[in-house]
Design a protein around this ligand. Structure first.
Ligand code: KG4
Ligand code: ZN
Length: 343
């Protein structure tokens, strides 16, 4: 019999509640995906303020859940299992979601699963493109993470091949936006400015691409510093900063490194499908270059729509459904959030 899974996400600045239906044939159907974001409250700080995020989750959790049930036309009593992000993420923020999930699970007397946020970013693709082939390579790029993951089984078999040694890709976007006096979060305004600029105008460095660098790791802090220094030097001459060219050249450097390493990993690991997810997957140049390079290499590319790429509850519900389908054991009610949870 089909089962309804509720997913709760609160690892960063998005309060998400998703509802999905797990069908008997293993397919997972999206029923509701409600998100309340506190991003506007963090904008003037140029980054997420943990205490502000926790308070916002506390205020938004129940109304967001109510909206999800209303959208799906379901009642709380229709829920068969609950999945919640156990980590990684901000400790206080995670605790709000975990506490809410425990309360719902206890009140409804249904099983509770603590799941990994990073795996959720990959599982969400099944809501749009159907079951994942085995294995797939996942490039996870957001404000908090930049990782290449080999996914043999979404519910239990994920191996990290590489990750950033400093800033996450989205963090680099946010910091460069600040340098260019563009609003926070920086991804969308840089993406927009870059469309009017020349990506070859400035040769910004491609981090971690030297012969002695770890093959699948990333580094974006050198790029961020190079952009800041270039802008400072231009300002010192009194010339106007060519914001569109800087944005386009920076964006090209990020997209180049991310896609080159992903293709290399897919080739070396003999993996035929690449999934790109996380907030930065919404970047137009990244998906364009990934499509080009995947086509050349004969690799299938799957990029969930932007709404599913950024943090949401549906990704946690989708992962919960795969965990339920795999028969993984239920979390005891005394489990806790784990801010540093590995994949
Ligand atoms: O996945 P997400 O919503 O939250 C985290 O888990 O971090 O990702 C947010 C990040 C931000 O750093 C934002 O600047 C970036 O995703 N982002 C983009 C674009 N849209 C959002 N980066 C590049 N291009 C975009 N179009
Ligand atoms: Zn995320």
């Amino acid at each position: 019999m089909a089962r309804v899974i509720m997913g709760i996400e609160s690892s960063c600045d998005e309060t998400g509640v998703g509802l999905v239906r797990l069908h008997d044939d293993g397919t997972v159907e999206l029923l509701a995906d409600e998100v309340a974001s506190s991003v506007d409250q963090h904008a003037r700080f140029g980054g997420v303020v943990p205490e502000v995020a926790s308070r916002a989750h506390l205020e938004a959790m129940v109304p967001t859940a109510e909206r999800a049930f209303a959208t799906a036309g379901l009642k709380l009593s229709d829920v068969d299992a609950i999945a919640v992000t156990a980590g990684p993420g901000l400790a206080g923020a995670l605790l709000v979601g975990v506490s809410a999930a425990k309360a719902y699970a206890t009140a409804l007397d249904v099983p509770l699963y603590g799941v990994n946020h990073l795996a959720g970013h990959i599982a969400v693709d099944t809501l749009q493109h159907g079951p994942l082939p085995k294995p797939v390579l996942a490039l996870l790029v957001s404000g908090g993470h930049t990782q290449l993951l080999r996914v043999d089984d979404i519910a239990s078999g994920i191996t990290e091949l590489g990750s950033t040694v400093d800033d996450a890709a989205g963090e680099a976007y946010d910091k460069v936006a600040r340098v260019l006096e563009l609003p926070y979060p920086g991804g969308p305004p840089i993406d927009k400015a870059a469309k009017q600029g020349n990506p070859k105008a400035i040769a910004f460095p491609r981090g971690m691409t030297g012969p002695r660098d770890a093959k699948f790791d990333f580094s974006f802090s050198g790029l961020k510093t190079a952009v800041a220094r270039w802008v400072e030097n231009t300002e010192r001459t009194g010339d106007p900063v060519p914001v569109n060219d800087v944005a386009a050249s920076f964006q090209e450097a990020v997209a180049d490194v991310l896609t080159a390493k992903a293709i290399r990993a897919a080739r070396e690991q003999n993996i035929g499908t690449l999934v790109i997810s996380g907030g930065v997957a919404a970047n137009s140049r990244l998906s364009e270059l990934a499509a080009e390079r995947c086509a050349e290499a004969g690799i299938e590319l799957r990029v969930p729509r932007p709404r599913l790429c950024t943090d949401n509850g549906a990704m946690i519900a989708a992962l919960g459904a795969h965990v339920v389908a795999a028969g993984r054991s239920v979390a005891p009610l005394d489990f806790s959030a784990n801010p540093g949870l590995p994949v």
